[in-house]
Design a protein around this ligand. Sequence first.
Ligand code: SF4
Ligand code: SF4
Length: 127
Amino acid sequence: MTFPTVLPVRIALEWLVRLGMAMVERTGVTDYFYADEKCTRCGTCEKVCSSRKVCVTGEGPVWQDRVKCYFCYACLNYCPTQAVQIKSKWYMKSYTKWNGRYPHPWATVKDLAGQQDRANPGTPAAG
Ligand code: SF4
Ligand code: SF4
């Protein structure tokens, strides 16, 4: 399928995508990720989250309400124990319990943590 070449259709579709993303960002993407029993509270998911949505507490990671998610999936792919999962919904089955993880081969946790500062310079750095 090719992207529509008729200008009004393209503009309408682009705005629909933008609207969808804005809504998702505003609501902060709640109830999407979770950490299972394999979590060791190492803090990696918090370090690699460029939007600072993830905060690791004594109970484990929390994907904070009202904080944007950039859908980079770094929290999921960089977790060393593959503890981060996506919840299954009635309309979408998640296979993260069985599928592997695919971090970028050249991007380290340190690299991503460095980008976190640039993405949100006003927010205190993660501990
Ligand atoms: S990276 Fe994985 S193991 Fe570490 S705190 Fe996050 S969910 Fe837990
Ligand atoms: S997908 Fe990316 S931006 Fe969203 S919570 Fe995970 S690391 Fe943060």
